[in-house]
Design a protein around this ligand. Sequence first.
Ligand code: FAS
Ligand code: PHB
Length: 390
Amino acid sequence: MKTQVCIIGGGPSGLMLSQLLHLKGINTVVLERQSREYVLGRIRAGVLEHGFAALMREAQCGERMDKEGEIHDGFIIAHDGKMDRIDLHKYSGGSSVVVYGQTELTRDLYEARDRMKGIVIHNAEDVQPHDLKSANPYVTYRNGDEVVRIDCDFVIGADGFHGVSRKSIPRDVLKEYEKVYPFGWLGVLSRTKPVSPELIYAKHERGFALCSLRSQVLSRYYIQVPLTDTVEDWSDEAFWAELKRRLPAEVAAKLITGASIEKSIAPLRSFVAEPMRYGNLFLAGDAAHIVPPTGARGLNSAASDIYYLYHAMVAHYQNGDSTGLDKYSEKALARVWKAQRFSWWMTTMLHTFPDSIAYDQKLQDTDLAYLFSSEKALGSLAENYVGLPF
Ligand code: FAS
Ligand code: PHB
């Protein structure tokens, strides 16, 4: 098999790039090691920057997002028994975010690939990129006992944190930066009416909590838990009771609880791999970087990688101009690190750290006090949350 761009990974990054390139007449093949049902069974991000939403529309996949997604102009930070609203629209100069689940947008991308007869190969086993430094790279994978070879011009590593692509870059070339946080997020999805029309990020001495949503009949809640906890440690009743303890009384009083339809614990880490290019391999999304979900930057950082790669590939194939490809890693990393900083800042400000000293806690309180005392500080938070320019 031969194609122009072979994409490893059928998550939002890989599917979005495949769809955008196809619309410009550039052929791709997407290799996904899981089944489509498995990929669509993962519950992950919920908040889209306006830049991501614009890419979905450019990829001709934005119709359901625009119909079913919710525009949010602000969110709330609950702390010290009070609730302060961040007016994103005011402090970002008129921008906002779209609340629309990653599961749904991934479904939209798959359906768009199907409509355009895009090649997405599921259950691709032992995917392996080869000859990345040559002009003729190729990728192999196993389909049962058969080894299939795909010759291509470029390989995109969109295979997430645990994928094969980043590991294909030699150790003496790759530099990794990692920070692991001493806690995780226990997330619950429930078919209940959300407790608040806007997201509530709650800082509490018992630990962080987040009230989010997927729609007016589907709520998403999180509580910070120790890394030693497992999902089995948390019955639904225990989860709801702990969530209520961490919310302001007036919010806890109106929380509608229900059976969890998904319950999982995600560890929190900050991670960046440099460079994001090696020969004709380009890393994108979680394959290259991970953030704690506190700032809702994970999926959105993948979006800017895809935006840069998309425009670089089009310039290469349509005008023979490879400047975008040559500058991709530098340009993508510049924005990635800003998302890293913002995610680290939100996480540090809002979580309870087991080894923190009184001084650290005073700094957290001061961070919040300064934030709500300064329009410039609110502007900085808002411009990062709605999404810095691509
Ligand atoms: P993905 O990991 O989504 O997709 C990579 C794909 O590659 C997967 O389908 C995988 O099966 C496939 N793959 C892996 N190895 C392969 C191989 N060797 N061969 C072929 N295919 C392979 N972000 C937020 O903004 N908010 C959140 O609340 C949030 N919660 C998260 C919770 C969890 C548990 C995780 C893991 C991430 C969360 N994220 C969140 C971040 C998440 O949304 C990612 O940013 C997003 O999935 C990135 O998309 P991709 O880069 O496509 O990577
Ligand atoms: C979610 O709805 O899953 C969500 C929203 C905002 C975040 C993290 C997760 O910062």
